[in-house]
Design a protein around this ligand. Structure first.
Ligand code: HEM
Length: 446
């Protein structure tokens, strides 16, 4: 539990109140404001101009270091916030290399094969929990593209369970007391230790046999620091866990939100289905990297989904060097504020992504707002993948896999949402969807 100077208390199930509080402060007061939270001064920056320093300042001015140290028991030693800044930047570069277009191209075939195999198991018609199905599918895609065939063939079930335990070991309590000996943290630590054993043995066996694979695990094994040093088994395990932790829940919840949004907006659903027919006709029903890049309608639907349902609600930094930011009051008057060294900075994406002076009818699902004609949300006004120095390393990968999934579903099935439009599950650190998301499906006639 944390208590704020503005009289607001936040516990894990009160994210919603936090959001309402920030929105209220923003609407009634100004776009830059500070509250006291757990003996910390927390400054919120709402809006694209206001957030410029948050995303673009040097790490020596605004840092993630101290703020994200709570992730160390999750990602483990040797990586992320357990190592010095220079080493961490090199590790981020490894991700950048792995996500380059030349590499991404090779993942598309793997994704398509996984998705086709998965939905081949569905019958002619039926009912399914889309949330559960897509969670499972996203883990299978990760295991094929990122973890490699050893995991996929021999221990997929065990690895999926261990990753689940690592995810469940992250809550608000973890931010405050990352090593508190609660059952969820103990399970997380045991799961990490077991994953280390599994991946170390794969790394050793690949290194000794000289075998070469096309997955992300292999890229991490082959990665070299600037001084020529190879990655260790501990680092490879930690980097894999980092990628999976960052990419799994975010991608699967976005896939389900995208489906729920399309199935409740017939006009956009029709446009997305027509786009699939048009593009696939031209490419003889083959989906590859270039074909995915043509799917603009689907891309905009996913982007709009992420605007309304960003899996990461707030991004945080620590101020290392005081700076001045220009903000607006509730009448639109401009003011300059000094944000002192030591303040925690927050960019609240949920509010940031729905500002009425940026987005027309901000709560409406309207993918066309991002079209070339309208160009809403340009620059920093849209930040579901972060921006600047620490922007998401997996954005392109995430779009690719969500597009592969929905391209397949739209072409092969008529779907109907049976549950009401899902509510957000505010009970978890990275809000997802509450409860089951039931759909009925009928296979389209070919
Ligand atoms: C819809 C899916 C995803 C969303 C919405 C998302 C969102 C984000 C956001 C907002 C950040 C920035 C955090 C900050 O500025 O503090 C981030 C960072 C990161 N993401 Fe993603 N992400 C997604 C998928 C992925 C995937 C699939 C991967 C890897 C396979 C990935 C790997 C990373 C990594 C490594 C970082 C840290 C980058 C750095 O510190 O420089 N993400 N992500």
């Amino acid at each position: 539990m944390a208590s704020g100077a503005g009289g607001f208390t936040i516990s894990s199930h009160q994210w919603r109140r936090a959001e309402a509080f920030i929105r209220d402060r923003y609407e009634k007061m100004r776009s830059v404001f500070t509250v006291s939270l757990l003996q910390r001064k927390v400054t919120f920056l709402v809006g694209s101009e206001e957030s410029s320093h948050f995303y673009r300042a040097l790490d020596s001015e605004v840092t993630q270091d101290e703020i994200l140290r709570f992730t160390v028991p999750t990602f483990g030693p040797g990586v992320g916030y357990a190592v010095d800044h220079a080493t961490r930047l090199e590790q981020v570069r490894f991700f950048g290399d792995i996500m380059k277009p030349a590499k991404l191209r090779t993942y598309v075939d793997l994704m398509v094969a996984e998705v086709e195999e998965y939905f081949a198991r569905w019958g002619q018609s039926g009912t399914a929990d889309m949330k559960q199905e897509l969670e499972h599918l996203v883990t299978l895609i990760a295991s094929r593209c990122l973890l490699g065939e050893e995991v996929r063939e021999k221990m997929f079930g065990e690895v999926a369970t261990l990753l689940g335990e690592i995810n469940d070991g992250m809550s608000l309590v973890t931010i405050l007391y990352p090593r508190l000996p609660i059952p969820a943290h103990r399970r997380r630590d045991r799961a990490r230790a077991r994953l280390f054993v599994i991946f170390s043995s794969i790394v050793r066996s690949r290194r000794s046999s000289g075998a070469c694979h096309g997955d992300m695990l292999q890229c991490l094994i082959d990665a070299r620091y600037k001084d020529g040093r190879a990655t260790t088994e501990t680092e490879v395990t930690g980097l894999l866990v980092t990628a999976l932790f960052s990419g799994q829940h975010t991608s699967s919840s976005t896939s389900t939100w995208t489906g729920a949004s399309l199935l409740t907006h017939p006009k956009h659903l029709r446009a997305a289905v027509e786009e699939q027919a048009r593009i696939l006709r031209r490419h003889s029903d083959r989906v590859d990297y270039a074909v995915l890049a043509e799917m603009d309608t689907l891309q905009l639907c996913i982007k709009e989904t992420l605007r309304l349902h960003p899996p990461t609600m707030m991004l945080m930094r620590l101020v290392r060097q005081s700076f001045v930011v220009s903000g607006k009051d509730s009448n639109g008057g401009k003011h300059e504020y000094e944000v002192p060294k030591g303040h925690t900075l927050v960019s609240p994406l949920l509010v940031h992504n729905t500002l009425p002076h940026v987005y027309h009818e901000p709560s409406k699902f309207d993918p066309e707002r991002f079209s070339a004609m309208r160009e809403e949300g340009a620059g920093l006004a849209y930040a579901s993948f972060g921006s600047g120095r620490h922007a998401c390393a997996g954005e392109a990968f995430a779009y690719m896999q969500i597009k592969v999934i929905w391209s397949h579903l739209l072409r092969n099935f008529e779907l109907q949402l049976e549950s009401p439009f899902p509510e957000t599950d505010w009970n978890v650190l990275t809000p997802g969807l509450k409860g089951k998301v039931m759909v009925t499906y009928n296979r389209r006639k070919s």
